[in-house]
Ligand binder design. Structure first.
Ligand SMILES: Nc1nc2c(ncn2[C@@H]2O[C@H](COP(=O)(O)OP(=O)(O)O)[C@@H](O)[C@H]2O)c(=O)[nH]1
Ligand SMILES: [Mg+2]
Length: 475
């Protein structure tokens, strides 16, 4: 967007599904607006700070901050259990103005200098990020590379097999609907979507098209939501007229999906991120015990990061121009509270290795990027015990259990990896990771009778992250 119309800095949070975007935004906004405390973010010295929410332009849906805060807080004494917000199903926005007053006499020559930083937080379903690279392709090429990937990850999935069998019927001229290519496409896409939903339940990330597993405002009755990849490489003969009509129908629907959903998401949302936080949940794929899922995760990250553009366009010189390229980026391993603090240095190293395999970091200037580990909400209570003369970090938390909760404690005895794993090392590590809880409650207070404490006040490193990404804009 042109800076004179909208000079808000679009603060983009990228991350695959379940990487912690919504919780991060809720936590940071709560700190800025209500706790008015974000240690290490505020400039030290004689500066005052205030944050105010601003009403959004009418056409933009608002990020459900209050709903999320209420849900995370629960009710005192656990009368209503604190819960993490539900999965995000649409794009939402939240505008805040951060005001800083500097009264450093020497710097300001006796004047109180004010800086206002206008921020727009943007939240959206991580599933949609996987769609971005459909723009660069067409139905044939997309089918080829996607099915190649799926063949290696999902060959044993019964729903994938059902979809494939239907494709084979079409390849061999066994049509299920009399001279009705539209219906064949509908049925194919129905089977394909059933497979995608199943793969999502299993924890997979590389699911295209993303709206098939998170439709938002898209409706499945629409033709552009009824297509799928097709194994063209298995065709032995030239296509007959019915096959031709099916293929051209699939191709048209693919193109319409790209035009209606993918391009607008790229241009209106993704491309306008100017300062960017990339959240990576390194823990879930390792804890899954499924090496294919681990590979699928890295591939999904690579596909997503490939969409970033870091070069400032020469024709956009304005300082406050909030469009088109990422000026500063922070890569962050999220949910770090699952891991004992003595492992955090390994997590950082591992994150760096994963990133190096996904994008060319040399393209970035040193001041443009950094990496860190965060917990938007600390849910884990660490303590140290001594066993066989060795200090062990014991982690305690509350886990969701049969519509209620139970206390869970674990100690992670292995070492977090520092490089991308081969299948053997992955299996070994998975054994160590088995102790990790599946779903924690956002609550650190282990004694429900103890004085209740708002979970949103406990975080790790959020201030540092915000400082890296925004501080230079306040000087
Ligand atoms: N322990 C812990 N869990 C977190 C944290 N942030 C997110 N989570 C978990 O990760 C899930 C997904 O987070 P969410 O923000 O909805 O992910 P999104 O899909 O990227 O928006 C949540 O439901 C929590 O279970 C955190 O800071 N600590
Ligand atoms: Mg979300």
């Amino acid at each position: 967007m042109w800076p004179f119309i909208d000079d808000r800095i679009h603060f983009g949070i990228t991350g695959l599904r379940q990487s912690g975007k919504t919780v991060f935004i809720s936590s940071i906004l709560n700190q800025l607006l209500y706790e008015k405390n974000l240690s290490n973010f505020f400039p030290k010295g004689n500066r005052e700070f205030s944050a105010q929410s601003r009403s959004l332009p009418h056409h933009l849906p608002e990020f459900p901050l209050h709903q999320n805060i209420e849900s995370i807080k629960g009710k005192e004494n656990l009368k209503i259990l604190p819960k993490f917000p539900k999965s995000t199903d649409c794009i939402t926005y939240y505008d805040v103005d951060l005001k800083f007053v500097s009264n450093n006499f020497f710097k300001n020559f006796g004047m109180n200098r004010k800086t206002t930083l206008k921020l727009r937080f943007v939240d959206y379903p991580g599933e949609w990020l996987l769609d971005l690279n459909l723009r660069q392709s067409n139905h044939k090429n997309w089918s080829k590379s996607l099915l190649n990937t799926y063949d290696s990850y999902h060959a044993n999935n019964p729903n994938y097999k059902k979809f494939y069998d239907y494709c084979l019927d079409i390849i061999e001229g066994r049509f299920h609907f009399d001279n009705n290519p539209q219906e064949e496409c509908n049925q194919l896409s129905h089977l394909y979507r059933t497979f995608l939903e199943d793969a999502k339940k299993l924890g997979y990330y590389f699911l295209q098209p993303g709206r098939f597993v998170m439709p938002g405002d898209a409706k499945f009755e629409q033709a552009n939501m009824k297509f799928c990849p097709f194994p063209f490489h298995l065709m032995k003969q030239t296509a007959c007229p019915t096959q031709d009509r099916i293929f051209s129908e699939l191709s048209q629907r693919y193109q319409s999906y790209v035009n209606v959903y993918v391009v607008p998401f790229f241009e209106d949302t993704f491309q306008s991120f100017y300062r960017q936080l990339t959240l990576v949940d390194l823990i879930s794929p390792l804890a899954s015990g499924d090496f294919h899922l681990y590979q699928d995760f890295i591939q999904s990250l690579r596909t997503t990061l490939a969409e970033f553009s870091f070069d400032r366009p020469w024709w956009k010189p304005s300082f406050f121009d909030s469009s088109n390229y990422v000026q500063k980026i922070m890569f962050v391993a999220s949910k770090i509270d699952y891991i004992p603090s003595n492992q955090q240095k390994f997590v950082k190293q591992y994150l760096l290795e994963i990133l190096k395999s996904c994008l060319d970091l040399d393209k970035l200037e040193d001041h443009q990027w950094d990496l860190s580990v965060i917990a938007s909400i600390l849910c884990v209570h660490p303590s140290t015990i001594t066993k066989d003369n060795k200090d062990i970090i014991l982690l305690k938390a509350l886990e969701e259990y049969q519509n209620s909760y139970r206390q869970y404690q674990w100690s992670f005895q292995g070492n977090f990896p520092t490089q991308i794993l081969n299948p053997m090392d992955f299996n070994k590590l998975s054994q160590d990771m088995k102790v990790l809880p599946k779903r924690l409650l956002p609550l650190m207070n282990l004694n429900p009778n103890a004085q209740w404490r708002n979970p949103l006040t406990q975080n790790l490193n959020l201030g540092e992250v915000m400082r890296f990404l925004l501080y230079d804009l306040l000087l």
